[in-house]
Design a protein around this ligand. Sequence first.
Ligand code: KIV
Length: 272
Amino acid sequence: MSSAKKTYARVTTKTLQEMKANGEKISMLTAYDYTLGGIVDKAGVDVILVGDSASNVMAGHETTLPITLDQMIYHASSVVRAAQRALVVVDLPFGTYQADSKEALRSAIRIMKESGAHAVKLEGGEQVKDSIERILQAGIPVMGHLGLTPQSIYKFGTYSVRAKEEEEAAQLLKDTKMLEEIGCFGIVLEKVPAVLAGDAASSISVPIIGIGAGNQVDGQVLVLHDMLGMNKEFSPRFLRRYLDLDQVLNDAIGQYSADVKSLNFPNDKEQY
Ligand code: KIV
């Protein structure tokens, strides 16, 4: 049997279902701007998540709570302009979908209309079911997010592994099934035991994308700046750093500054 994988011109929510059915793993990374969005897209990542982690990574907030819908739309529209192949999914920020399902729909419509993104993601299970259903009824694809849900950090009190106890694990499996049944095209599962994540992935037909959820799921997502090594302070066990970009940038920028001060830049060829 050939191991050649089908290449997709434009990744859609349907493509992701096919990939799961074919046992092909899905790659997903965050991006928040045009330049890095384009690099992630050209590198062949299947899904770009304009995550509300922009609140931490781009704006320097301690949590994801402060970022606004307008700010998410700004980041998302920059990424959409860059993405030629990847499916672009955008987080509904905290406070834009929890109050009631009509507000949730209005928020999702603004994201789709004003950024040109392809889908929205929101955190939670049973408690946000009505909101998800209303958004789906309007024809907007929705990705769920279970396990560690950073918008609820003040309820959890910690970013530690979720669903280690039986009761929470059972609820997570129930929520997973419910999200599939109401029509979510995929689910992000964050920081839960690998065995539980594997059980969740094998119990539903839509893809589960893990972050800190082991390798028995259908794909993986990381925050781009973390995997590029731009954030030395954040070192969870699940994070693999593919580059020490903090050091690379520091060296280049330090060299530039030194060159300016020593009159080494610009040289004769670098002027008019
Ligand atoms: O906002 C984000 O970056 C996310 C990922 C951690 C999945 O939701």
